[in-house]
Every structure is written in C-alpha cells, then in structure tokens.
Write a protein that binds this ligand. Sequence first.
Ligand code: NAD
Length: 265
Amino acid sequence: MPLFSARRLFYKFLMMTLEEFAGAIRQSREIVVFTGAGISTESGIPDFRSPGGIWSRYRAVSFQEFIRSEESRIEAWKRRLETYAVDKNAKPNIGHYFVQSLNERGKLIGLITQNVDGLHSQSGLPEDKIVELHGSNRTIRCLECNKSYEPAIIMERLAGNFSSPRCDDCGGILKSATISFGQAMPERAMRQAQEWTEQARIFIVMGSSLQVQPAASFPVIARRNGAVLAIINREPTTLDEYASFAHNGAIGEFCQRFNTMIADG
Ligand code: NAD
C-alpha cells in the first residue's frame, strides 16, 4: 500500500544510529523504561510467546473461568506450581541492573513493567520507581477478604494435593496477585504509567512482543508525544518501524556493549 510504504520510509529516514541513541541517553534525565517477559529470560524465566514458552504448554485461564470453576483453578495452580519452582531461585540479570543504574544516575523517571516476577525490585530499584501493570506473583491474595500470603506457604500446601487453596480466615478463593485475562487493570498503576509516559523524553522498550493491550499502547503514546522511542527485543515487533531506534538481539549482549557507551553521561 503506497501510504503505508511512505510512512515506513519516513520513519526509516528518522532512525537513530546506536551512537546517536547512546548520546541521547547520556544527555537525558527523563527516561522511562518499559519491560516485558524478554528481560527475564536470561534469568531463566521463560517468556510466553517464544518457542518452548509457557503458551506452548498451558492455555491461559481467564479470570472469569478461575472464579467459576474448580477445574480451571486447578489448571491455573498446576501452572503456577511449575513456574514457581523456576521463579523462586531466579536472580536479576544485566538488563535489570541496566535499568537500576539509570535510576542511580538520576536519569530514570520510572519503570513500567508487564512482568510479575519482582526481579526489578530485587535489582535494587526502589518501589516508588516501579509500576507493575500486571501485578505480582510474589503475593497470593484472598479474593474475598484480601488477606495476603507468602507464595512459599501456599505452594507447600499445594504439592501433591490438588484441590485449589482457600483462605484460612474466610474460606475465600486464593489467587496470585497477578492480573489475568478478563480481569480489570489496576487503576493506580495505569494512571502512574500514563503520567510517566507523558513525561518521558526517551522511552525504552526491553523484551516485549508488544502484543498485550493496553500495556502496548504506552510506547505509542510516548512516540506521539515526541519522545525518542527505542525498542530492544530479540524478534522484530510491529512498532519497530515507528521507533527512533530498534535493535533486534539479546538484551544481555546489548547492555554489555551499551553500558560502556553511556558510561560517562
Ligand atoms: P512476550 O512473551 O509476549 O514477549 C517477550 C519478547 O521478548 C519476545 O518478543 C521475545 O523475542 C523477546 N525476548 C525473549 N528473550 C529475550 C532476550 N534475552 N533479549 C531480548 N528479547 C528477548 O512477553 P510480554 O510482551 O511481556 O507479554 C506477555 C505477558 O506475559 C505479560 O503480560 C507478562 O505479564 C507475562 N509474563 C511475565 C513473565 C515474567 O514476569 N517474567 C514471564 C512470562 C510472561
């Protein structure tokens, strides 16, 4: 389509080189980073959509199914038990520390993450600089009385016994404090993410396929506001051609090289 090609050509013309992007980072103190599952694969946590990822072995249980049926809850808890065995020993990697160092140097407005693994906070990034759009799997909550539980306690109860766990106090249904398909997005987190996105002069996407909405709308908003949009992802995303800088490769390798390029900024 001619219009589409013209737009593509236009954005290609505006693309930055790696050196120009590094220069922009050195000068800026208004950076927002947006991360997805891809930043944690090098910590051993699989993403959802890469081959061998979680979607290739489990289907997503929607919030409505989880509430409605014990069978669906069991399915969801079986998946959680399997992923917990990996998550609980995972440690932050160079990508998480890259974001943390932007903050240490006074460059970061905030981090918006789709991840639920808590690795950004484990890397030392303060809680008030983190928005977890899809909640956190470091807590389990009662859907009735909101009592919270350490995952380790519930996981121990689950092993070998497959009925879904219930709240000790009120008997309510327990669920990981993550946002499932069909569940409302957390209002405060969405508001904070919107605010940061509007303030960003540089908006960096790291390790997201940008297929999950409404999260994937933030890079578009930032770009429309005139921010430099950078995308670092192993596979191309549909927004690459719209970005100011796009790198298709592993985050670890990229950060290793990039850290030295921005060191004196
Ligand atoms: P996604 O699985 O849709 O996309 C991940 C992207 O990361 C892929 O495009 C892949 O090519 C890329 N990638 C993988 N490893 C990489 C690496 N080392 N370097 C660079 N790129 C890499 O993930 P998403 O966009 O975050 O959306 C999926 C949903 O999955 C989110 O809602 C998130 O809540 C959830 N999720 C979270 C975790 C976690 O907390 N770690 C893990 C799996 C899924």
